[in-house]
Design a binder for this molecule. Structure first.
Ligand SMILES: NC(=O)C1=CN([C@@H]2O[C@H](COP(=O)(O)OP(=O)(O)OC[C@H]3O[C@@H](n4cnc5c(N)ncnc54)[C@H](O)[C@@H]3O)[C@@H](O)[C@H]2O)C=CC1
Ligand SMILES: CC(C)CC(=O)C(=O)O
Ligand SMILES: [Mg+2]
Length: 358
């Protein structure tokens, strides 16, 4: 029987709250399908830093690196800062140290969840932001030149990472085209009208596009994309983009499907992967049992699919599909979290999704 060691980093604020519901769902599918999931929890984040002086100790890093996959809640807390004034962000450290360049952030309208856009086509929204997560403007983290007179941060793109991102984009578009029965399309989101780095990135993507003639390739400026994600989000498929652009657009896109509580993510590298909601620690609702754990639950499903691709077998893929179907069914049957005007709290979401698993 397979056995998968999953490192669990609940983190801060609503992180551990949504993690509890996410783990309950994973344990339920594990029991049914005998997936061999073994969870070990570790402390990391802003509160760990406050209490121990380390936000991600070498020991926790090593246990996470050596696990088959990492589940992360959310980390950081506005009041807990480093000496330079920035917040603790061990999730960025994990992305950088484990080479998790591919930030996969799917945006899918869940049937029954009220959407802010009134156009009926909004119910068909199903696209993926592919946020490069180790370079771009975030490359400059802790390296910026800050003096009394100026502050300078640097955006860097490298050829190996850009090629890897392009390949991931076209592979994802190919898989989605086969699954959704529609032509695949990769739309690079950049600012090539102003920065040569992005004109260069278009060329790198063009090289990979030439190897995938069945997939449409085009590019869109990021400011226009912010507009079009509000105006016609149903027209898009796979949207690779630079780290900072992806960070911003993925929150905007989460707003299109009901809020941060519905937006899962996976940070993928060649060897390692972190699965976490796109949201943060939500200090405004932390500790009240109000957080919507759907994003965490769906991130767990993404983890099962990734383990399946790494030789884990079809049971994992089936379990991921069951989780997604159970989430859809629970909302279709009236589950309503506080972020969409309902009153069903974090634990209730977990219970209803588990009940919908059948
Ligand atoms: N990956 C991570 O661990 C991330 C960590 N952060 C950190 O989290 C802290 C708070 O950041 P914010 O800018 O407030 O972003 P946030 O994502 O925590 O919250 C933004 C808004 O979305 C709501 N929200 C977020 N998750 C929700 C959920 N599951 N259910 C219902 N509502 C939800 C919050 O209540 C808030 O109104 C900061 O310290 C930030 O650095 C922020 C983003 C991602
Ligand atoms: C600390 C942040 C960079 C995390 C974040 O906003 C994200 O992962 O989207
Ligand atoms: Mg973000």
């Amino acid at each position: 029987m397979n056995s998968f060691e999953i490192a669990v980093l609940g983190g801060d604020g609503i992180g551990p709250e949504v993690m509890e519901a996410g783990l309950a769902v994973l344990e339920a599918v594990d029991q049914r399908h005998k997936l061999g999931l073994r969870f070990s929890s570790h402390r990391a984040g802003a509160m760990a830093y406050r209490d121990t002086g380390e936000d991600l100790s070498e020991e926790v890093f090593a246990r996470s690196r050596d696990a088959d996959a990492i589940l992360l809640g959310a980390m950081g807390w506005p009041g807990i800062r480093r000496d330079d004034g920035t917040e603790l962000a061990p999730q960025i450290t994990l992305r950088m140290r484990l080479g998790l360049f591919g930030g996969v952030r799917p945006i899918r309208a869940i049937p029954g969840v009220p959407l802010p856009l009134r156009d009926p086509r909004a119910a068909k929204m199903d696209f993926v932001i592919l946020r490069e997560s180790t370079e771009g403007l975030f490359f400059s983290k802790d390296k910026g030149l800050i003096t009394h007179e100026m502050a300078e941060e640097t955006l860097r793109l490298t050829r190996p990472t850009s090629l890897a991102l392009a390949r991931m984009s076209f592979e994802l578009a190919g898989e989605r085209a086969a699954r959704l029965g529609r032509p695949g399309r990769v739309t690079l989101v950049d600012k090539a009208n102003v920065f040569r780095a992005f004109a260069w990135l278009r060329e790198v993507f063009g090289e990979v596009a030439a190897e995938h003639p069945g997939i449409v390739f085009d590019a869109h400026y990021v400011d226009a994309m912010a507009l079009d994600l509000i105006r016609r989000p149903w027209d898009f498929d796979v949207l690779p983009t630079e780290n900072m652009f992806g960070d911003i657009l993925s929150d905007l896109a989460a707003g299109l499907i009901g809020g941060m509580g519905f937006a899962p993510s996976a940070d993928l590298g060649a060897e390692h992967a972190v699965f976490q909601p796109s949201h943060g620690t939500a200090p405004d609702i932390a500790g009240k049992g109000l957080a919507n754990p759907t994003a965490m639950i769906l991130s767990g499903a993404m983890m099962l699919e990734w383990l399946a691709l790494r030789g884990g077998g079809d049971a994992l893929r089936a379990a991921a599909g069951e989780i997604r179907a159970a989430v859809d069914q629970a909302f279709a049957e009236g589950l309503r979290t506080p972020d969409i005007g309902g009153s069903h709290g974090t634990a209730e979401v977990g219970r209803r999704v588990i009940a919908a698993l059948g």
